[in-house]
Design a protein around this ligand. Sequence first.
Ligand code: ATP
Length: 596
Amino acid sequence: MGRRRSRRSYYSGQPLFHHVPIRSTGTFTGRLRAGPLAVLSHHATIQGAHVRPVGSKYLLEEPLGRGATGTVWRGRQRETAGAEAAVPGEPGEWVAIKVLREELAHDPDVVMRFLRERSVLLRLADDNIVRTRDLVVEGELLALVMDLIDGPDLHRYLHENGPFSPVGAALLTAQIADALAAAHAKGVVHRDLKPANVLLAGGGENGEPLRPMLTDFGIARLADSPGVTRAHEFVGTPSYVAPESAEGRPQTSAVDIYGAGILLYELVTGRPPFSGGSVLEVLQRHRGEQPARPEGLPDPLWTVIDRCLRKDPGERPGAVSLGRALRTVAAGIGEHAGERERNAALGVAALLLPDPSPARVPGTGISPPGSAEPTQALPGGSGGPGASPDAATSVLPRAGGQPGPEPTRAMPAPGAGGDGSHPWENQLRAARDRNEQTQIQPMDPAHDPLYRAPQRQRRRPPEPQQQPPQHHQSQQYRQQPQRPPRRDPQQDYYDQQQYHRPEPRPRRPEPRPEPPRRAAQRSSAPMRIPGLGCLKGCLFVVLIMVVVLVLLWNFTPLQDWIAEGRSFWETVTDWFETVREWAGLAEDVQGQIPSG
Ligand SMILES: Nc1ncnc2c1ncn2[C@@H]1O[C@H](COP(=O)(O)OP(=O)(O)OP(=O)(O)O)[C@@H](O)[C@H]1O
């Protein structure tokens, strides 16, 4: 990772400028310096890259990174969003779009929760929270549209620049505590606080200090669905998991304070207190081991860390008092601190008051406390038994493997549809309908960054093509049999890097020849009778003739003529004579009328 020295960080004394790798699925792969200018110059460079619509309002342009719950893309606003979005946005505006993992998007429980919590997520506003602008449901795709933050995440920053100074760590964590306080006040618990979920804005050439922005709010909760995790599992990142979460005890906002304590510890030491070893060992250490005090750490800062890392959630401070305490510590441990500030910092324990009404995490904590060891670590994203417990969010078993109860499912609220459907199902349908238009114009699969045929599959001998069954129209929109299977976009990136040669674009799949339509079969016994067509015609003519005869017989003097025994010729001659007599009579009458 290249570095450029220009100015020292307010927090750590480390260089402020950093290079951010920009990955492109299209025409550009390179590095740009983070900052607003980088965004502008990148905009110019990627013109012509292939984009994919998300909903009717957004376009995905390139993947920024992939986590356990989904892939984050740099995207653009296509049109101004409607009233359902928190931020309508302007066409062309940059955004970050988190496309949730397929398993999440396919789980009806997650989808319902996604919609149910949209208003909470969209209203979650704070200077230190990445703003969620919109939530998109498009067919089988769920996505969160966020503000695009042009800095790196804290995990990467720490990796590149090393530990923070105690003052810097305290001030940065104080801002994270502010974000937590705002969320907890609205009843939202993050549950997956870690440096990778803290993005750093600011820190550019204009001297603006680094501003930590907490992201991924509500995602852990979404992932914690019975369809995705089993009842005895939970979602989290092992190195940051609070003991009560590891044990399956009830969870409250105090789990985020534990996460903040681990994060603060990592900022000053460069690594979390319980790391290394297997996932299960790490969980065990959270449950029973006291963290070692880092060497040289000022007493007040250690007091704060120690209180945040208490095993008993009730002994941890609330987010509001944590923020206040950390600012007091930062003011009292700096080189230029006065007597008053130093004394205030030394008395910081008195400021660390527990939250009188911690926000609860619904559907958690049913396993008996102190139950036995976790039995098995299940792979979830990156959290398999052999996975590093340090960074990645995992789906992990609860201690003792005790099955918890089914997490609370959305109950039909009064006002549910008269058809018995769940009210959220109606919302879901409406949301899908809103976005259906983008499905009517599916993107060319060869240009679609989300859907690309894996290389290996191209070499396979062609399989006999099966005629897809005829589906209802709405199903056809969702099922796109010609679309190749999805490919990991990050894998694409690494492939491109490895071979350094432009891959030939995947060929546009040949349109399958439409099979000739079969004639509709009306008979259940399709037997062919030779000459049946001609016979039908004859029968029809005979029928017409019978009808004509019946009409002649009933509505003409035919019957009379036959009764009188007169021939057809005599009758016609008679008519002719009668007409002639009438004509002669008329002439006579005209001649007797005097002229003038
Ligand atoms: N709003 C955003 N603006 C800019 N970049 C973002 C934004 N949100 C996420 N990113 C980038 O995308 C990457 C992936 O984000 P994601 O939240 O999926 O990863 P993660 O936190 O490592 O994963 P997980 O929490 O699911 O384990 C992050 O490392 C971050 O750099």
